[in-house]
Design a protein around this ligand. Structure first.
Ligand code: CA
Length: 434
């Protein structure tokens, strides 16, 4: 059954400023959710829930207070500055709310009278808001789903002839990351300290990471949980995902290489993970569904998918040294991922692991086949062997003051954009207190 409806109609236009520009990430067909505040607005900087439309943010917290929009009935779900309570209402409510918001913003069918005035007053210019974490991240799991990325890393660190581990073609590989250091785009990232040990060193030393890297990923946000002991199939897992964000899994390669065996990454990934502020809903992405690549080996039946559950999302990475213009260092597409987020979520629950609204799943670094489509500096510079030209110099890994910005969008009759996910590197702490 097609999931497409009038909210996806490319002919639909909005009466809101900037919403019909061909270049906007946020036409009426998108309607991504975020959390924002307004400095100097007289409300004490309260964090509110909003939807991006053109150059504006529609304040859903206010519309809920006024009764224009009541997705939770008597329960206010946009009042606490996160989307967790709204997400917990489930997919049918997400869909109804999307329809209601689209109707309020529709040029052909715009509300009139008091309602039109209320909606107009609830629009805030995007340039006047500060964005916050859109969800309380309950848990963060990072996967490793790009065959190209896993092959590149295996070639560099292990054995070019057996670059993929034997389990990789059968199982979505992942590890439990840190939810506490998932931060919204625009948050600075401090270079981490760690134990460092080169191959020729007799013993490790304490120092600042000299191989600080980024990882281009997509984050899936679980909206509907599953009880402990009850695994999900891939179709249900697909439906339980509320939406997607851009995700930068900052990584310290020199800390990683010393610590990662036998239990996987730990401090090398725990110091910061950035996400874009606007959650593009699964509903908005429906027209851009794409199949996963052809299976090299058959999957166990619980991982098979009857529908295309990947998405055709174009992705770019910009790197700007301090005071310099940005250079686009990678261009790729999410559709190359070998495992979909639905497969990852299904596998995550297989043992009976409970998932909750606000759980975040990182896709794993998104790398294509061509060298300019790799999703990390580790691959783009081949572990520092091939410096990358950027404005004003070259890079092997990130330097202090560098800003990395991820962008993503679906291209078709309309542009469904994710906005940007950026972060700037601050110098490492002077040391560890005695
Ligand atoms: Ca990662």
């Amino acid at each position: 059954m097609s999931r497409l409806d009038e909210t996806h109609d490319p002919a639909r236009r909005s009466w809101v400023e900037g919403a019909n520009d061909a270049s906007t990430d946020f036409p009426i067909q998108n309607l991504p959710y975020g959390a924002f505040s307004r400095d100097g607005s007289g409300d004490g900087g309260a964090v509110r829930i909003g939807v991006a439309i053109g150059s504006q943010v529609l304040d859903l917290t206010t519309l809920e207070e006024q009764g224009v929009l009541r997705p939770g009935g008597d329960e206010a779900v946009f009042a606490d500055g996160t989307l967790n309570a709204f997400m917990a209402l489930g997919a049918a409510t997400w869909r109804q709310t999307r329809h209601r918001i689209a109707d309020l913003l529709d040029a052909a069918n715009a509300p009139t009278g008091d309602e039109r005035a209320q909606v107009s007053r609830a629009l805030v210019p995007m340039k006047a808001v500060r964005m916050h974490m859109p969800v309380f991240v309950r848990g963060y799991t990072d996967f490793y789903a790009s065959r190209e990325h896993a092959t590149n890393v295996g070639t560099m660190f292990r054995d070019p002839d057996n670059a993929l581990m034997p389990n990789w073609l059968h199982i979505p590989i992942g590890y439990n990351g840190r939810a506490s250091t998932v931060v919204v785009s625009g948050t600075d990232i401090r270079r981490p300290l760690g134990q460092l040990k080169g191959p020729q060193d007799d013993a490790p030393r304490l120092g600042a990471s000299a191989k600080l890297d980024m990882e281009l990923e997509l984050g899936a946000i679980v909206g509907t949980g599953n009880p402990m002991g009850q695994p999900l199939g891939t179709a249900q897992a697909y439906d339980n995902i509320f939406g997607y964000v851009l995700l930068n899994d900052w990584s310290a390669r020199d800390i990683q290489v010393w610590e990662y065996q036998p239990l996987g990454p730990f401090q090398s990934k725990a110091f910061g993970t950035s996400i874009s502020p606007w959650i593009v809903t699964r509903d908005a992405l429906e027209p851009y569904r794409a199949p996963t690549p052809e299976r090299v080996k058959p999957l166990l039946p619980y991982l098979e998918e009857e529908t295309p559950n990947n998405f055709d999302i174009r992705l770019e990475v910009d790197l700007a040294p301090q005071g310099q213009a940005a250079t686009t260092i990678s261009r790729t597409n999410y559709k190359y991922m070998y495992y979909s987020a639905a497969q990852q979520l299904a596998h995550h629950t297989l043992s009976g692991c409970a998932m909750e609204p606000g759980d975040l799943l990182g896709s794993g670094t998104i790398s294509g086949v061509a060298k300019d489509s790799f999703g990390s500096l580790l691959e783009l510079t081949w572990n520092g062997r091939d410096p990358l030209p950027v404005e004003g110099g070259t890079r092997t890994f990130l330097e202090d003051g560098d800003t990395v910005t991820l962008r993503g969008w679906c291209e078709g009759d309309v542009r469904i954009g994710f906005g940007a996910c950026s972060g700037t590197i601050l110098p490492a702490p002077d040391g560890v207190p005695a």
